[in-house]
Design a protein around this ligand. Structure first.
Ligand code: AOF
Ligand code: ZN
Length: 348
């Protein structure tokens, strides 16, 4: 007897993989992948590349052409049933006469929320919902959080040496360009850092997402060099350092205030329509300690990504994990997963 659940899971996992082609590029929309299967063969594939462009289903149906008739469409997210920037995918699937639709998860967007599934069923299509649901939820965790709370999804990140020191990605040069760290940065709409990152870590490949760097400057040394202005950047600076017009003259966009705080930074992110923000504790932990404290007090952290690098840090500087843990221990951390890459072990 055919084991349907094994097949369905396989194709939804493929959809998730396909969706991730557009990592960091779809915000404020979710990443979505769609695969059309007929007689056990993939006849069409599509993913959502960018907000404003067609949805995954539209690309997959185009790719499948006439072969979509009587086929099964696999989608990591419920097909939409509304006119947004693009027309409803439910109607496109009905028009293409697909026989069955397998959906990874229901769309958390209240405008959709099961209406796409209902519309397909009304049209006589056999719909299965909730296949590889956890995987699909993780794929769009930032989108879902933003949709349901109106606030950006905030992740805390740090990397550790084997002897428990928080590593400075720039100074030690242990993480390589194109490695895990660079890829992680690409996933976010914005990253909060003390001191700007360099081309070493920000991808400049065509089509890759370049997150906005929110540079925290509490003292003049933390002001970014103007040569780095090719990267998208905004500086949140202490008023003791400079005025906004001083910085503007140097070509640096800045928000200058009495006290740099996370609330105003996140408000700024919200106004920009950002779904995801990374609080990146590179090296000088002290520079961002105040923001981290605020993040913990206000319970805005949704996720922690900790990377352990195969590196013994002999330097006298640098912060120990103990200092960070004294703050982080106040968090309720659950659902940790680990995975290893060539260069490190990642816990998230
Ligand atoms: C789908 N397939 O590939 C995506 C969906 O403004 P629009 O038309 O792009 O609609 C955006 C909403 O559509 C978005 O908030 C989410 O609910 C859904 N995204 N739906 O059927 C897709 N990206
Ligand atoms: Zn759609």
């Amino acid at each position: 007897m055919e084991d349907k659940s094994v097949d369905d899971g396989y194709y939804i996992r493929k959809c998730v993989e396909l969706a991730r082609t557009a990592i960091g590029c779809t915000s404020p929309n979710p990443m979505v992948g769609c695969i059309i299967v007929k007689d056990g063969k993939i006849v069409g594939k599509g993913f959502h590349p960018k907000a404003g462009q067609p949805h995954a289903e539209v690309f997959a149906l185009r790719d499948a052409g006439d072969q979509a008739e009587n086929a099964t469409a696999y989608v990591s997210l419920e097909p939409c049933n509304h006119y947004g920037r693009t027309p409803p995918c439910s109607e496109a699937l009905i028009k293409a006469k697909v026989k069955r639709v397998v959906v990874g998860m229901v769309d958390p967007n209240p405008i959709v929320a099961s209406k796409g599934v209902e519309r397909l069923r009304e049209a006589g299509i056999d719909v299965t919902v909730g296949v590889e649901e956890e995987l699909c939820k993780r794929l769009i965790e930032a989108f879902a959080h933003q949709m349901l709370t109106g606030k950006p999804f905030v992740t805390l990140r740090y990397s550790l040496s084997v002897n428990g020191r928080i590593l400075d990605q720039l100074g030690k040069g242990v993480a390589e360009k194109g490695g895990y760290y660079s890829k992680l940065l690409q996933e976010y709409d914005a990253i909060i850092v003390s001191g700007s990152l360099t081309e070493k870590f920000i991808s400049q490949e065509p089509g890759a997402n370049q997150p906005l760097q929110i540079v925290i400057a509490g003292n003049p040394h933390q002001l970014p060099a103007v040569t780095e202005e090719a990267f998208k950047m905004i500086v949140f600076a202490d008023k003791e350092i400079a005025t906004e017009s001083d910085l503007a003259q140097k070509g640096i966009e800045a928000v200058v205030s009495d006290q740099i705080n996370l609330t105003s930074i996140l408000e700024y992110c919200k106004r920009q329509g950002f779904c995801s923000v990374l609080l990146d504790m590179r090296g000088s932990f002290g520079d961002l300690e105040g923001l981290l404290r605020e993040a913990i007090e206000q319970k805005v952290l949704q996720k922690i990504v900790m990377e352990v690098l195969p590196f013994w840090d002999e330097s006298s500087g640098g912060e120990s994990l103990v200092a960070l843990n004294s703050l982080v221990k106040r968090l309720e951390v659950k659902n940790l997963r680990s995975r290893s890459s060539n260069e490190s072990i990642v816990l998230e």
